[in-house]
Design a protein around this ligand. Structure first.
Ligand code: CTP
Length: 216
């Protein structure tokens, strides 16, 4: 199958030398890209700035901002069989990035932020995507309920939920523990290395594609 994967953080410019970012390392998305290639799938990886090597045999589109990522996904999603949105997209960006470096003046500085487009949330409606749609949910409370709500709102077939309040797992870590949330049931995977988890997740996506029914 042809799979689009978003990964990494986005960077939202404040001025020519500063940005708003987040702690996403991109490891989960890159591990998924590698696992997909290993399973014989064609991969397009749309990635924010990461310090990771791009996996071999992957088509790669580097992006900086959420708006860049939105545009890359909009252009390529139509020919994909499945899409996995693993990127940690900034929900807000500075309303008016300065075109020169902001010099320090007063004791406080207020930045006005505006909402970024929801890329995953645009897949079904605005982009008309009919393939298998997989999102991620990073939650600090009510993991399953929040993930299930996200699954419904964004029209996903699967949401991979992780509890980001647990130190040493998830963001900036090699390991993660996730809950797979489907429309009709959930399944907890044991804590594992992100590469092992990626292989399991790819098998779940293949299962969704083949219509394999899973026990609720
Ligand atoms: N996502 C996206 N575009 C955005 C924001 C998020 O594609 N502008 C995707 C992420 O890649 C992830 C999922 O949506 O697959 C996360 O959904 P989101 O509602 O942003 O979840 P949280 O980041 O947990 O934010 P919140 O709980 O505040 O809604």
């Amino acid at each position: 199958m042809k799979v689009l994967i978003t990964a990494g953080p986005t960077r939202e410019p404040i001025d020519p030398v500063r940005f708003l970012g987040n702690r996403s390392s991109g490891r989960m998305g890159y591990a998924l890209a590698e696992a997909c290639v290993h399973a014989g799938h064609e991969v397009l990886l749309v990635s924010g700035p990461c310090e990771l090597d791009v996996p071999g045999h992957v088509d790669f589109i580097p992006v900086e901002t959420a708006a860049d990522m939105f545009e890359a996904v909009r252009r390529h999603l139509g020919r994909m069989d499945a899409a996995v949105f693993a990127a940690a997209v900034a929900d807000y960006r500075p309303a008016r990035p300065a075109d020169r470096k902001i010099k320090k003046q007063a004791e406080t500085l207020t930045l006005e932020l505006v909402r970024n487009p929801d890329i995953l949330g645009s897949a079904r409606g605005e982009f008309g995507f009919r393939g298998t749609l997989v999102g991620f949910a990073a939650e600090t409370e009510s993991l399953e309920a929040n993930a299930r709500d996200k699954l419904r709102r964004k029209g996903c077939d699967l949401v991979i939920a992780n509890d980001v309040s647990r130190p040493g797992l998830g963001f900036e870590s090699d390991r993660n523990r996730v809950l797979l949330v489907y429309p009709d049931h959930s399944e907890a995977l044991p804590e594992d290395d992100k590469h092992q988890l990626a292989h399991k997740i790819v098998r779940e996506i293949e299962g969704l594609r083949s219509g394999a029914s899973k026990a609720p």
